[in-house]
Design a binder for this molecule. Structure first.
Ligand SMILES: *Cc1c(COP(=O)(O)O)cnc(C)c1O
Length: 329
C-alpha cells in the first residue's frame, strides 16, 4: 500500500453500539450503530475523517487558507472551518441560500470558528463565486486550498477507506460480532463516504453489503459518480482498481422531497431513535437514511436473522436550526 499523508485528530475508533430497543420496536433484524457522530471535532460527523487527509494535503501544498462551499446549514463547512482553526488556516466558506437573520446551528458555529462567509442566493451562481473567491485569494498573494463540496475528492475518500479497516478490526475484536455485519446503511450525497467504503470494502475484505440511502441524488448518477471516485481514489493507495456501477448499491426512494426538505419519514425516524435509544439523528442526512432503513425493514427487505450496522454520519447541530426545530415535534 502506498503512503498517504494523514493527520490524526479524529477520536477513533468510534464506538459500535447495539440498539436493542429499536430492534425490538421494529421487530428485527438486529440493528447496531457506528458512532461517527462522535468523531470529536466540533460536534463530530463524517467530514472529520475526510479532513484528516484533506488538511494534511493542504499542509503539504503549504496552503495558508481553506476555501469550501455548501448549504447554509452545511455540516461539512462547520467541520472544515473547525479544522482550519485547529491547524492555523484562515477559512472562507461560500454558502448557498438566503443569509439567515438570526445565526443558528451550523451557521452560528461557522462564525464562532472564524469563517469568512460569502452567501450565494442562487445555487446556479455557486461554482462561479467559489472560483472567484479562490482566484481573488491567489491574486491577494494567499495560498488557498480548495476543499471540494462535501470533502469528496479522492483524497477525502481515504477517510472512509480507512474507516473500513477500522471496522474490520472491530469485527475481529468486539464480542458479539463474530458473525459479522450483513449490511452497512448510511446516507449518501456527495459520494466521498460511499466511494471510500467501496474502495475499503475491496482493499480490506469486508463481506457484507453497503447500501447508501440517497439524500438528494438519483441512483444512476450515484453509481456513476461513486464508482469513478472510488477508482480514482484507488490509485492513491494501491494499483488502480476499475470499479463499475455494479459495485455501488444505492436507493433513491427516500429523497423525492429534495435536499433538506423535512418530512414525515425523517420525523418518525428521529423520534424512534430518540425515544427508544436516547440517540439523536439529524433532520437532513441521518434522519432520511434511517427513514429509508425503517421503511425497508417494514417491507421485509432484510432477513430477520441479519445484522445491520447503521453508520451514523453526524449532523445533529442542524436539529437546532430555526428551519427545522419548529417541525420536529
Ligand atoms: C455530508 C454528510 C453526509 C453525506 O456524506 P457524503 O460523503 O457527502 O456523501 C451524510 N451525513 C451527514 C450528517 C453529512 O454531513
Amino acid at each position: 500500500m502506498k503512503a498517504i499523508a494523514r493527520l490524526n485528530f479524529a477520536h477513533l475508533p468510534t464506538p459500535i453500539e447495539e440498539l436493542p430497543r429499536l430492534t425490538a420496536a421494529l421487530g428485527g433484524p438486529r440493528i447496531l450503530v457506528k458512532r461517527d457522530d462522535q468523531t470529536g471535532l466540533a460536534f463530530g460527523g463524517n467530514k472529520t475523517r475526510k479532513l484528516e487527509f484533506l488538511v494534511a494535503e493542504a499542509q503539504e501544498q503549504r496552503a495558508d487558507m481553506l476555501i469550501s462551499a455548501g448549504a447554509i446549514q452545511s455540516n461539512h463547512c462547520r467541520q472544515t472551518v473547525a479544522a482550519a482553526a485547529r491547524f492555523g488556516f484562515d477559512c472562507t466558506l461560500v454558502l448557498t441560500g438566503e443569509r439567515p437573520s438570526q445565526p443558528s446551528a451550523n451557521f452560528l458555529l461557522d462564525q464562532l470558528f472564524g469563517a469568512e462567509i460569502i452567501t450565494v442566493a442562487d445555487r446556479k451562481d455557486r461554482d462561479r463565486i467559489l472560483q472567484e473567491t479562490f482566484d481573488n485569494a491567489v491574486a491577494a498573494g494567499r495560498k488557498p486550498y480548495l476543499v471540494p463540496y462535501g470533502g469528496s475528492s479522492p483524497t477525502g475518500a481515504m477517510g472512509y477507506t480507512f474507516a473500513m479497516e477500522e471496522l474490520m478490526m472491530q469485527l475481529k475484536n468486539l464480542r458479539g460480532l463474530e458473525h459479522g455485519i450483513d449490511w452497512i446503511i448510511f446516507g449518501t450525497s456527495s459520494g466521498g463516504t460511499h466511494a471510500g467504503f467501496v474502495l475499503g470494502q475491496r482493499v480490506f475484505g469486508f463481506k457484507g453489503k453497503i447500501l447508501g440511502i440517497s439524500i438528494d441524488e438519483p441512483e444512476a448518477e450515484l453509481k456513476v459518480h461513486v464508482s469513478a471516485l472510488a477508482t480514482q481514489a484507488s490509485e492513491k493507495l494501491v494499483e488502480r482498481i476499475e470499479f463499475t456501477g455494479d459495485d455501488v448499491l444505492a436507493n433513491e426512494n427516500y429523497c423525492q422531497a429534495g435536499y433538506g426538505v423535512f418530512g414525515e419519514g425523517e420525523r418518525e425516524a428521529i423520534k424512534l431513535f430518540a425515544s427508544n435509544e436516547g440517540l439523536l439523528l439529524d433532520p437532513v442526512y441521518t434522519g432520511r437514511a434511517a427513514a429509508g432503513m425503517i421503511d425497508l425493514i417494514r417491507r421485509g427487505y432484510f432477513k430477520k436473522d441479519e445484522t445491520i450496522l447503521f453508520w451514523h454520519t453526524g449532523g445533529q447541530p442542524a436539529l437546532f436550526a430555526d428551519k427545522y426545530s419548529q417541525d420536529l415535534i
